[in-house]
Design a protein around this ligand. Structure first.
Ligand code: BTN
Length: 259
C-alpha cells in the first residue's frame, strides 16, 4: 500500500500535493476529482486500484493494483486555454524524472498525451476541464505511470512498458511521486507564465519533431506528408505543408504518424 506518511515526509513542493486523497479503489481518480466540492489547488487524488480508469478517446486505462501510479491533480487556473500545452508540460515533467532513473533509454513524448519509452507507452495523461457556468472551475490532469508492473496482458504486451520492465529495479512510488510533483509544479508555473522556454523545451522531445510526417485527422490519413514544426506558444500543433505554408491545428483528434 502507498505509504502516505513517507510521502508527506519526502514531499518538497510549495503547494502541489500538500493535500493527498489516497483511495484503495475507485472507478477513476479523474471522476473523483470532478466531484470534490471545493478543491484545494494542487490536491492529488491517488488510487491503488481504478475499476474504470479512463484514457483518451474513451479507451480504458488498465493498471495492476498497488504497482503503479494512477493519480489526478487538481489545478485552478483562471483560464483554460492552451490545455494541450499543459498536458505536455506535465508529460515533459514525467519524462525528465523517468529519464533520470535510466542510463540508456530513448524516451520521448507523443502528441497529444503519451510518454513513450523504448517504443512503448510508459505513461498516459488525460486532462479534463470543468466549467462552472462560463467560468473555468478546475482543470484535472490525470496521470497513469507504469512503475513496478512486470507483465502486461493481451495487446498491452506489445504496446506498454514500465520502469521496472526497463531497468529491472523496483522503484519507491512515494519518492517517485514526490519527484514528479516538484517538476510538475515547476512546469505548471511556467505554463501559467506563458513561458516560451517551456514550449522550446517540449518541442524537441516530441516524436517526429522536425521530420516529414503523416497526419491522421479524425481517423483519416492525409495523403501528403507535412513537416512537423511542433507546438507554438498557444500549444497548437504546427506543420509545414508541401506548398511551404504553415498549417496550425488546435485539435486533439490529430495523430502524428512517425515512420
Ligand atoms: C491515455 O493514455 O489515453 C490517458 C490515460 C490516463 C490515465 C490516468 S490514470 C489516473 C487518471 N484517472 C483516469 O481515469 N485516467 C487518468
Amino acid at each position: 500500500m502507498f505509504d502516505n506518511k513517507l510521502f508527506q515526509q519526502l514531499l518538497d513542493t510549495s503547494w502541489v500535493g500538500h493535500e493527498l486523497i489516497l483511495l484503495e479503489e475507485i472507478d477513476s481518480t479523474n471522476n473523483y476529482a470532478k466531484q470534490i466540492a471545493r478543491a484545494v489547488p494542487g490536491t492529488i487524488i491517488l488510487a491503488e486500484d481504478q475499476t474504470a480508469g479512463k484514457g483518451q478517446h474513451k479507451k480504458a486505462w488498465d493498471s495492476e493494483p498497488e504497482k503503479n501510479l494512477t493519480f489526478s491533480i487538481i489545478f485552478t487556473p483562471t483560464q483554460a486555454d492552451r490545455i494541450s500545452l499543459l498536458t505536455l508540460a506535465c508529460a515533459s515533467a514525467i519524462e525528465d524524472v523517468v529519464c533520470k532513473h535510466f542510463e540508456n533509454c530513448s524516451i520521448d513524448l507523443k502528441w497529444p498525451n503519451d510518454v513513450i519509452c523504448d517504443g512503448k507507452k510508459i505513461s498516459g495523461l488525460l486532462t479534463e476541464v470543468i466549467h462552472n457556468g462560463n467560468k473555468v472551475d478546475r482543470v484535472i490532469v490525470g496521470i497513469g505511470l507504469n512503475v513496478n508492473q512486470e507483465r502486461f496482458e493481451g495487446e498491452l504486451n506489445k504496446t506498454a512498458t514500465s520502469m521496472k520492465v526497463i531497468s529491472g529495479k523496483e522503484e519507491s512510488r512515494e519518492q517517485l511521486l514526490c519527484d514528479l510533483l516538484v517538476r510538475i509544479e515547476y512546469n505548471y508555473q511556467r505554463w501559467v507564465n506563458n513561458s516560451i522556454e517551456l514550449v522550446k523545451e517540449i518541442n524537441p522531445k516530441l516524436q517526429g519533431y522536425g521530420n516529414w510526417v503523416t497526419l491522421e485527422i479524425d481517423k483519416e490519413i492525409l495523403p501528403d506528408k507535412t513537416k512537423f514544426l511542433g507546438m507554438n506558444e498557444l500549444g497548437s500543433l504546427q506543420v509545414l505543408n508541401k506548398e511551404l505554408g504553415v498549417d496550425t491545428f488546435s485539435y486533439e483528434q490529430i495523430r502524428v504518424l512517425v515512420d
